[in-house]
Ligand binder design. Structure first.
Ligand code: MTE
Ligand code: MO
Length: 196
């Protein structure tokens, strides 16, 4: 009996791309708290505001004129689905931070519609995060955060704020929407930082 049940088929741990407790899905579920905001690109703006009050911002056309990168990444939702090899296109946070001076170590991502989530700058810089507007060769659908969302694939997907509006730099790690409702402050899927 032990021999019969020891097959590896379906054993999550057999796929090294899957963090503990995750399973692979081919679908792309939509998870949104509240209604999806509608933001015409003419009204879209992305900002970064530092502790000094200095605010940088980009209109849609200024944002699209920045260097664009293609990214392939695995994404991991805390509700246990993972989607492997997702393809995106957008602007690296390193590009957006080129003229930002700060002594802060954290940021709060603000979305149109009011959603917020907190991240260490360590997870946003160094080729680890993007503001993306294309998924799988198509304009990012509104349900998935279009016109643009944050993509931080090395953290649970709730950190990848849809309908991103800007980043506010903070000295402290201040909980955002889900983090104030029991989710982990950091959210590393490899360490199963799911809930606090
Ligand atoms: N603005 C906003 N961003 C958000 C959310 C949200 O409710 N509002 N949900 C988060 C959660 S919990 C997850 S799992 C992912 C889901 O992204 P998807 O709907 O594209 O799969 O978006 C994250 N970003
Ligand atoms: Mo989520």
């Amino acid at each position: 009996m032990g021999i019969v049940s020891s097959g590896f088929r379906g054993r999550r741990s057999e796929n090294p791309a899957l963090p503990p407790g995750q399973h692979e899905t081919q679908n792309f579920p939509v998870l949104t708290a509240g209604p999806a905001p509608h933001i015409p690109v003419g009204e879209w703006e992305f900002f970064i505001v530092a502790e000094t009050g200095r605010r940088l911002s980009w209109s849609w056309s200024e944002f699209m004129a920045l260097p664009q990168e293609s990214v392939t990444a695995d994404i991991h939702c805390v509700t246990s689905w993972s989607k492997l090899g997702t393809r995106w296109r957008g602007v690296s946070l390193d590009t957006l931070f080129e003229n930002v001076q700060t002594t802060c170590d954290f940021a709060t991502a603000h979305s149109f519609g009011g959603y917020t989530t907190n991240l260490p700058l360590w997870d946003l810089l160094g080729g680890k995060a993007w503001v993306v507007w294309e998924f799988d060769g198509q304009r990012l659908e509104r349900a998935h955060g279009g016109p643009a969302r944050l993509l931080v694939p090395q953290l649970y997907f709730w950190k990848s704020a849809k309908w991103i509006r800007g980043l506010e730099l903070t000295a402290e790690d201040l909980p955002g929407f889900w983090e104030s409702n029991g989710y982990h402050l950091h959210g590393n899927p490899w360490r199963e930082e799911r809930y606090s």
